[in-house]
Write a protein that binds this ligand. Structure first.
Ligand code: SAM
Length: 292
């Protein structure tokens, strides 16, 4: 027998992702979890591994983490050799992270709000990955902000509420298909990677969770003349779901004649509902508006 090598020692190291270690850290720092900040900390090392694997994190990869909490996922990313930049809003946590992640020199904690910090300044111009157990109260704004800014992201692996993941992958015609489905599928190829039960967190959330990997496309799923117009049309189409598309577009500020002309030009029946349109049809309709 040759005993343990360095790799084995790493595997045996206590991980933050366990009920015992997390409870110990919370107690040691006198931390009370904030519901307002969406704090549900992971205590399942298998899930941390699942996120790291889904992002295919390799030594030297640059990873933006949103909301490191006490460093649970951050530790998994750091052990995989990533250069991690973790943005945390809770002012109490950077001091905690300094201690829980003291063993890693490949982690930078950035105090701040992910919706307000300057991501290009933090990550620089080279491609990077996103990994996060997202705060559920602002999942959609975070995803939209990351997608719309055309950052050089290759993949985003995030923990979201199951119901949000279903909206992200929904197909035209289904009840859950909406503006979020179109935006996610326009920019990325989403794939559900793991189902995560409430018991994988402290405190246990009231909802089921899912890890979803969104592989960012080299070019959007449909080519449009004006992306702003595309999303204006999408937003208007889903603004009033019960109405026909033509009425919803008018409700969204498009003049009546323009709606009629653009729908005719795009070959879309006036009685269709917004939630039945494919990305390709939304693209055609947006281009029709752009070229009226
Ligand atoms: N990554 C940790 C884990 O997996 O256990 C914590 C995840 S917890 C669901 C979400 C984290 O996001 C919390 O640490 C919370 O303080 C932080 N957070 C909430 N809103 C934020 C924001 N706007 N910007 C950055 N971090 C935020």
């Amino acid at each position: 027998m040759s005993g343990l090598n360095q790799e084995d020692e790493k595997i045996l190291q206590p991980k933050i992702a366990s009920r015992e270690v997390t409870t110990h850290i919370l107690k040691a720092f006198g931390l009370h979890m904030s519901k307002k900040l969406g704090q549900n900390f992971l205590i399942d090392a298998g899930v941390v591994r699942g996120i790291v694997e889904a992002a295919d994190v390799q030594p030297g990869d640059r990873v933006l983490e949103i909301g490191p909490g006490i460093g649970t996922l951050t530790q998994g990313l750091a052990e995989a050799g990533a250069e991690v930049h973790a943005v945390e809003l809770d002012k109490k946590l950077p001091a905690v992270l300094k201690e829980t992640l003291a063993a890693y020199d490949n982690v930078t904690i950035v105090p701040g709000d992910i919706l307000k910090v300057d991501i290009p300044e933090i990550m620089g111009p080279r491609p990077f990955k996103v990994a996060a157990n997202l705060p559920y109260y602002i999942t959609t704004p975070i995803l939209m902000a990351l997608l719309e800014r055309h950052l050089p992201i290759t993949v985003m692996v995030t923990m979201v509420q199951k119901e949000v993941a279903e909206r992200m992958i929904a197909e035209p015609g289904s009840k859950t298909y909406g503006a979020l489905s179109v935006a996610v599928q326009y920019y990325t190829e989403p794939e559900i990677v793991l189902n995560v039960p409430p018991r994988s967190f402290i405190p246990a959330p009231e909802v089921d969770s899912v890890v979803i990997a969104c592989h960012v496309r080299q070019t959007p799923a449909v080519q449009v003349i004006d992306e702003k117009m595309f999303f204006r049309v999408v937003k208007a189409a889903f603004g009033q779901r019960r109405k026909t598309l033509s009425n919803a577009l008018r409700g969204g500020g498009f003049p009546k004649e323009q709606v009629r002309d653009a729908m005719e030009k795009a070959g879309i029946d006036l009685l269709r509902r917004g939630e039945t349109l494919s990305l390709e049809e939304f693209g055609r309709l947006a281009d029709a508006f752009s070229t009226l």
